[in-house]
Design a protein around this ligand. Structure first.
Ligand code: PMV
Length: 325
């Protein structure tokens, strides 16, 4: 039996991934850019075991079967194929943040699983290849493999659709102050949502300008230009949600509190605070701030009603091994 434990952070996208050109391979229709979220993580231990007849999964301390096991076992089969082995594994995975609420738990989960599985098999892959393989488990997991501020390239082939670091975590001291508005599991998660993107008349418009937004966000990050960064981040989030709301069937993730916070964040920025909002496929609001204003934003959010919890995360490092036997 060989075992390894890996830790990976979730990430928050500034330019969103929504819709695939190939659903099975999870090749996205546009490039995306994100930052990893320090302090929040998934820790996954993979133990290859010659005596097992199938993979087993423990999720947050509970033995798990059904859809979750199926998705993980499918990913393990891809890894087995790459390793040229037939052995099954015990997978033990836990998050220190709530799952299914708009903090991308699947990104951290499939990044940690991929990195742990190869390390447990004593096989060293490049970061690029680990990112491509994590991507097939969950698209945004490709961005949780590299460190800091990360870009996932648009490409038509499996080999070239990977994510790479733009700059390390300490390049710009941004903070994500996350207002948790609901802890319920989403009705339609991103996996079921992506295939609906093409049914919106707005998707083509969103994709067409995604390249330009990526270029401009990359420059804003490199120049520490918060005002430009904020406008593009909010526009990109609004565009993705406009696509979601006009898909067939439509997807509405916002709750009344979500909209209240979005409006307040824009007001706070007009008052001079360096803060902007972005939302993934869920009602929680990620308030991206410069460090100097993060505590003020956290305090102001804590005075509002309808917020269940507030998480604060700086810029996180790469997926990495924390234990190996
Ligand atoms: O990787 P997935 O299938 O969970 O998709 C993530 C989709 C969004 O979180 C809404 C956007 C993104 O780029 O992270």
């Amino acid at each position: 039996m060989t075992q390894a434990t890996a830790r990976a952070h979730p990430n928050i996208a500034f330019i969103k991934y929504w819709g695939n050109s190939d659903d099975a391979l999870r090749l996205p229709v546009n490039p995306s850019i994100s930052m990893n979220l320090d302090g929040l993580f998934t820790e996954t231990t993979v133990t290859w075991d010659e005596t097992l007849k199938q993979d087993t999964l423990r999720l947050n301390g509970m033995d798990t079967t059904g859809q979750a096991l199926e998705r993980v076992a499918n990913h393990m089969s891809r890894i087995r194929k790459r390793l040229n082995i037939e052995t099954f594994a015990h997978i033990d995975s836990a998050n220190n943040f709530p799952t299914g609420t708009g903090i991308a738990s699947s990104a951290a989960a499939f990044a940690a699983l991929t990195v742990a599985a190869f390390a447990a098999a004593d096989v060293n892959l490049t970061e690029k290849e680990l990112s491509t393989i994590a991507r097939i488990g969950s698209g945004s997991a490709s961005r949780s493999v590299p460190s800091g501020f990360v870009e996932w390239y648009f490409a038509k082939t499996h080999e070239e659709s990977y994510a790479k670091s733009i700059v390390p975590p300490d390049y710009w001291d941004l903070v994500d102050v996350i207002a948790i508005v609901s802890e319920q599991h989403k009705k339609t998660g991103s996996e079921a949502g992506h295939p609906t993107a093409k049914t919106s008349d707005l998707q083509i418009a969103r994709i067409m300008n995604a390249y330009e937004r990526c270029e401009n966000i990359r420059l804003a990050i490199l120049n520490h230009d918060f005002p430009t960064f904020a406008e593009i981040v909010e526009e990109d989030s609004n565009l993705m949600h406009a696509v979601m709301m006009t898909s067939k069937p439509p997807l509405f993730y916002w709750k009344p509190t979500t909209l209240t916070i979005m409006e307040l964040v824009r007001e706070w920025r007009e008052e001079g605070l360096s803060v902007c909002y972005t939302l993934d496929a869920g009602p929680n609001v990620h308030c991206i701030c410069e460090r100097k204003d993060a505590e003020t934003v956290r305090e102001r959010l804590s005075e509002l009603s309808g917020i269940l919890d507030i998480k604060v995360a700086g810029v996180g490092g790469p997926a990495h091994i924390i234990n190996k036997r």
